[in-house]
Design a protein around this ligand. Structure first.
Ligand code: 6PG
Length: 240
């Protein structure tokens, strides 16, 4: 399902409302809301908006789909950036971050152990109520990059990949975990992603070239929240 918005502001406004609705539904049904956040620039507007949303944050548990292996106070650390614009504002302690200061393989192992604490049988990891993902203009998502060898049978792996001038060493969850989520939202904005997005959604299946195509929930909902610039080749109707 693709939802097209005039711009990133309208997209993040819609996403903030939908986030609160999804959270309240999960809290009503399961007593808590387990959400895996994405790094990158696109979700930051959403995180800023969430800081002023009336939600029972004590029932919300934050995880990460991936992280860059740099110190928390580094401008490229996703947890560190989100802490400033969201976590510090809502005063939550339910944050299960990837310990990016550790050696990548150790951080991946630690995070697999963290996920086990929230495991939902038959898995040794949680069924997230919501996963937020972005997409690079090369078709990567989380830290699953084109043509990069990833052990898809492990829930969490360390990877090294070159993308723009961003940190190469990363830890990422794999589709094994993502695809068991109840809801997955891609947030994609900017003209630079239009061609790749068209190929990912309308083109031939090529999982090596377009890792974003690996995200197919087994028993969940997949929604692409896209701005007009990124979705210009999709012929999708605008969400009014
Ligand atoms: C990361 C993300 C990565 C991101 C894309 C898009 O931590 O880098 O998980 O997958 O979502 O690179 O990034 P932008 O939103 O900045 O375009």
């Amino acid at each position: 399902m693709v939802k097209l918005f005039r711009d990133a502001d309208e997209l993040s406004q819609y996403a903030a409302r939908a986030f609160v609705e999804t959270a309240n539904r999960s809290i009503a049904e399961r007593g808590r809301f387990l959400v895996a956040l994405s790094g990158g620039s696109t979700p930051m507007k959403l995180y800023e908006r969430l800081a002023s949303e009336p939600l029972d944050w004590s029932r919300v548990h934050f995880f990460w789909g991936d992280e860059r292996c740099v110190p928390v106070d580094d401008a490229d650390n996703s947890y560190g950036q989100t802490k400033k614009i969201l976590f510090d504002k809502i005063g939550t302690t339910n944050i299960h971050r990837i310990e990016s200061e550790l050696e990548p393989d150790s951080a991946a192992k630690e995070y697999a152990d963290t996920l086990k604490v929230f495991a939902e049988a038959p898995f040794d990891f949680p069924r997230f109520d919501l996963v937020l993902l972005g997409m690079g203009d090369d078709g990567h998502t989380a830290s699953l990059f084109p043509n990069s060898p990833v052990d898809m049978d492990s829930p969490v792996v360390a990877v090294t990949a070159q993308y723009q001038d961003r940190p190469a060493n990363r830890v990422t969850l794999t589709p094994l975990v993502f695809n068991q989520a109840r809801e997955i939202w891609f947030l994609v904005t900017g003209a630079g992603k239009a061609e790749t997005l068209h190929n990912v959604l309308k083109g031939a299946r090529n999982l090596e070239k377009y890792p974003a195509q690996r995200i197919q929930p087994v028993d969940g909902k997949l929604v692409w929240l896209v701005d007009e610039a990124a979705g210009r080749l999709l012929e999708a109707p605008l969400v009014e």
